[in-house]
Design a protein around this ligand. Sequence first.
Ligand code: ZN
Length: 440
Amino acid sequence: MAIASTLGMTDPASPANDFSGRDKLKAHSVEFRKRVEKITDGVYTAVGYSASNVTLIQAQGGSIIVDTSANPVDAMAIMGAFGDLMIHPVRAIIYTHNHPDHTGGATVFAGDDKPEIYSHDLLVRIKPVTGRGRRDDGDAFGTALSDDQFINAGTQLEYGRVTPHTREGFLPPTQTFDGEEDSLAIAGVQIKLIHTPGEADENISVWLPDRNVLIAGDVLLKTFPNIAPLRGLPTRPVEEWIASLDKLIALNARFVIPGHMGTITGASEGKDALTAYRDGIKFVYEKTMEGVARGKTPDELVQEIKLPAELARHPYLQEYYGTVAWAVRGIYQQNAGWFDGNPTHIFPLTEKERAAKLVAMIGGTAKMLGSAEASLSAGEFQWAAEQADYVLALEPQNREARTVKIHALRGLGERQMNATARNYYLTVAQSLDKPEPLSK
Ligand SMILES: [Zn+2]
């Protein structure tokens, strides 16, 4: 299965002894090492000090800061790392988007300088979305995992594990623009702000034409994008995301700074990165829509739709943060609704009814548990978890079923290269492992 180890990296059915996904995720952490990158004259980016990047633009008699890190503690560390490169006063702060890891340290950079704060108008108009996907204490960022279980969070080394993302350092925008773009001159620096929705509706990219630098925001990340996140968010606007990347490709930037991780240097390298990203998203979108038109179900499409080999190999489309499978499900639901077309699924049995019938059919919970344990021993972690769930639907406190599920989730988590899936599996396993029984 040489192909599966390249393409099926996040496939839950990967062999029991295959830890290559985890090894890849560990190796990915090198992207998050702390450093200040000199992009070109007068432009520096602090990578790895916080969840997201902070870029310093030196201007006439002052500085411009793009994104502000996750909180005042991280922002202080970044100010220290920039050191003498910071020219005071800070004349302007630009938020690429509203996610707390980009906006939480503004007060530190602003100090007493009273800079203008720029963003797209949607940043003030849209209520910030936080995830709602914490059923069973699952946490895609793995904030509560112990150090030995935690690897990284996909686009950042950690998200709120050390210093929570509290927004206490947020400053509201003072200058916003509506529509496609805005051209500014701040302290002698020509700046174009370009609306590039994708991971966030309000995302803007910052283009410095004189310095040939593009600060993309989260519309480009060095991982397959999280189009339909586990943490209970709406599916991201996929067609807009593709159009945003088209706009950025056309700039032909010599330096491309993503919202997280290191800078891509060289016009052809930048173009290749943005193009692969656009093509990867577009491929999954088009194949899903074709499948919808052919009457395929989401489950069938998840099996069918794999990136072509060249895109599957691309370093910025590896499934550390999002996956093709979830993108397919998200796009399906976004465009064709929740119903998969099988009339049996119009009004299905409840989980409890189905579990009661299946457990009775096999001859009781002890038989179901015996089968689940055998699956676990055989390395069939997904099937073991599903059988444990049938028992837990009837007896939520059943200790043996919980134990099977804990081991199954750890088995799945340890074989994942996707950070958010790994973190979710392992945080739920951790919470099921608490000695006290769950009380309802
Ligand atoms: Zn981000």
